[in-house]
Design a protein around this ligand. Sequence first.
Ligand code: FPP
Length: 267
Amino acid sequence: MKDRAPHEDKEPHPLLRLVDRQRIPEHVAIIMDGNGRWATSRGLPRIEGHKAGIEAVRRAVSAASDLGVKNLTLYAFSMENWKRPKMEVQALFSLLQRFLSSEADSIVENRIRFRTIGRIEDLPRKNQQLIRKLEEKTRDGEWTLTLALSYGGRTEIADACDALVKEALARGKSPRITAEDVARHLYAPALPDPDLLIRTSGEHRISNFFLWQIAYTEMVILDVLWPDFGEQHFFEAVLDYQRRERRYGGVPAAKGASGPGKTRYAT
Ligand code: FPP
C-alpha cells in the first residue's frame, strides 16, 4: 500500500482523466487469478507468484483509492483452495500474516476500513487474531477493503438459510423466506452488490464467488495474470464499465422505463 494519503504527491495516470467521476462503481470485486501460471512460466515455484500477487494487491488498492471507489473486495482464498497442497496453503497464510502485520499502519493512514468475509474461523489462529485487530483498528475508515478468505458463495447462501431457519424456530413460526431475508443474512449485509467484477488471467468463470450478489454485476475479464495487474488495468476496467448501459432486466431509460434500478436489500 502506498505510504501517503490518496490523491497526493503523484502525477495522475493519464487514463484517470478519462474516467467519469460521476459514475464510479460503488463496489468493485476482483477474482485475482493467475499467480501460479505467472510463476510457472518463469520457472519459479508457485509461491513466488503469490508473493508477486501481493504487490498487485497494493496496486489495486491504490487504484481504488485514486478513483474514490467506496468498496473493494478481493477474493483471496476460496473454500475450494483448501484442496491445494498443504505447503502452498501454509505459504499463503504466512504471506497473509505478513501482509496483515506490515500493512496495518498504511491501511489506517489511508483511511481504509478493513473487513473480511468467509469462514474466518477456519484460518490459522494467528491470522484470525491479526484480522480481528485490524478490523477493530480501522472501524472508522472512510472506504472499505474486504478480503474474502475461506469464502464460498454457496456456503454463504446456505449459512444465511441456516440462520433464517434458526430464527424461525426460535420464534416458533415456519419461515417464509424472501430474497430480502436471505440478503440480510449474508456475511456482509451492509456491503452493496458489486457493480463491477474483474477477473484476471482470461478465465471466464465465477469460481463460487459472490453467487448471490452478482445478479446484475458487470463483468470485465482481463487477460493479464494477477501479478502483472497494474493501476492501468483497474482504470481500463472502470472505463469499460462506464461505456455500458445497465438495465437490470428493464428497458433503456430513454424508452420510458419506470426505473428498474439496483436492488438494495442492505441495511
Ligand atoms: C489465484 O492464483 C490466486 C490465489 C488462489 C490466491 C490469491 C492470493 C494472493 C494474491 C496473494 C495473497 C493475498 C493477500 C491479500 C495477502 P492461482 O494460484 O489460482 O493461479 P493459477 O490459476 O495460475 O494456478
